[in-house]
Design a protein around this ligand. Structure first.
Ligand code: ZN
Length: 99
């Protein structure tokens, strides 16, 4: 094998490695931006202090809460007590169209 062939093989290997690295980085970035695109806003009422608050959450992800299906067990931002919240059914309806 001549040194020229060895050098070209090395260049191809480096290009492929860089491509794989770029793909993995962009994949992570896409996953992050895609997640923020699915943020849901729910108007929740705390069963402990009966205060209402808006809660932004991402379906399938629970960063600060325990995910139990459509329920979240999390701390109320008003009274800081932990309670079960039905985030799915409490979704803020989209604004009416045509008005
Ligand atoms: Zn509360």
């Amino acid at each position: 094998m001549s040194p020229l062939v060895l050098a070209s093989v090395l260049i191809v290997v480096v290009i492929v490695a860089v491509l794989i690295f770029m793909l993995s980085v962009s994949g992570l970035r896409n996953r992050r931006t895609g997640a923020t695109g699915f943020v849901q806003r729910s108007a929740l009422t705390c069963p402990k202090c009966h205060e209402s608050f808006e809660y932004d959450w991402v379906p399938g992800e629970a960063l600060t809460a325990v995910r139990l299906g459509k329920y979240r067990y999390m701390a109320c931002p008003k009274c800081r007590k932990w309670a079960m919240f039905d985030v799915w059914d409490a979704g803020v309806p989209s604004p009416p169209t045509g008005h």
